[in-house]
Design a protein around this ligand. Sequence first.
Ligand code: HEC
Ligand code: HEC
Ligand code: HEC
Ligand code: HEC
Ligand code: HEC
Length: 227
Amino acid sequence: MANIFSRSSNWAPIKIIIGIFFLATVVTSAVTYYATPKYLRVGYQPQQPVPFDHSWHAGKDGLGLDCRFCHNNVTKSEHSNVPPTSTCMSCHSVIKSNSPKLAPVRESLQSGEPIEWVKVHKTPDYVYFNHSAHVNRGVSCVECHGRVDEMQTVRHDKSHSMAFCLDCHRNPQDHVRPIEHVFDLGWQPASGSATPKEQKQAQRELGAELVADWKIQPPKSCFGCHR
Ligand code: HEC
Ligand code: HEC
Ligand code: HEC
Ligand code: HEC
Ligand code: HEC
């Protein structure tokens, strides 16, 4: 049968549909990327049910408790836990035991229901992240969370975007430190009197040694983080 259109133009509507679909996908992902709550989360600082102060409990001018005292799973598992009520009560059954600020902690102990802390950091489900893989390879909390030991209320300090992760995965020597300093957020590679430039240089030299010694090879392929 004779056809008034050429054979190839039969495909034109399909090509247009595919074209529109493709464009829509690109625009949607671009919008999701730049407008997603995650991307805007830097500075996110929710009010917590109890005004727990890291700068006092973990800071050097306060009690100076080690991060692992409360976040004790951080070296052992993917997940860094928030402590149970009993951890707080080990002190607060005696210290400030009548403080109104601690009322939700006492209620939690009585009811057995955990305190409803508001989650500050959250990676999307399609990203695989593992705390112990980082912490046990000399990546300090400060690299991804900032100076929590100086925060009265925890805020989202770093972007946690894909570029942020990749930036370190490409140049781990600029970030890794000896294991014994991972929980010391104020640690510097050179002495206190060194200039920022000297600090950077010292970090690079020490970091390069550690990367070689531990054969550090952070994943850069898509499958490494999107499993
Ligand atoms: C005495 C217990 C305690 C100690 C010590 C402690 N934390 Fe926490 N941490 C908590 C509690 C409780 C929360 C949840 C409430 C909040 O966000 O303030 C929390 C929350 C956090 C969060 C935010 C979690 C989220 O929701 O995304 C980070 C990050 C964090 N801590 C890091 C640290 C670091 C780093 C140290 C060591 C310098 C440390 N913490 C020491 C009890 C502790
Ligand atoms: C190692 C002991 C210790 C642990 C564990 C501890 N605290 Fe504290 N906390 C203290 C001390 C000491 C103070 C300061 C008391 C003062 O000001 O005299 C304090 C103060 C506080 C205050 C302020 C109270 C007020 O009335 O001013 C809050 C709120 C608080 N802690 C919450 C918590 C929470 C929540 C946890 C568990 C995640 C926790 N603390 C774990 C020792 C501890
Ligand atoms: C390489 C980056 C990186 C390092 C280093 C790191 N974290 Fe995290 N942390 C994250 C990310 C990403 C999340 C969000 C994880 C998620 O949503 O599953 C997170 C979440 C958390 C949470 C919230 C857990 C929850 O479910 O509420 C706590 C607490 C925490 N980190 C504490 C720490 C402590 C303490 C250290 C240092 C010992 C540390 N982190 C080191 C990236 C890091
Ligand atoms: C400051 C440096 C740094 C940052 C930031 C960082 N990483 Fe890593 N990552 C490392 C190092 C170092 C290793 C360990 C590599 C090794 O052991 O060879 C690692 C390992 C990994 C691994 C492999 C772990 C395993 O169990 O196989 C994954 C997955 C990963 N990182 C995901 C992420 C994601 C997702 C982010 C961002 C939210 C991130 N990383 C941010 C330094 C970093
Ligand atoms: C080091 C870890 C890491 C590697 C490697 C990685 N990604 Fe991602 N990716 C992430 C994180 C973290 C996010 C979430 C960012 C956010 O929450 O804004 C993400 C988000 C995405 C998204 C969602 C849209 C967006 O941009 O937020 C796409 C699509 C994506 N990655 C594709 C890829 C592809 C393709 C590769 C390989 C070329 C890759 N990723 C390699 C960590 C990684």
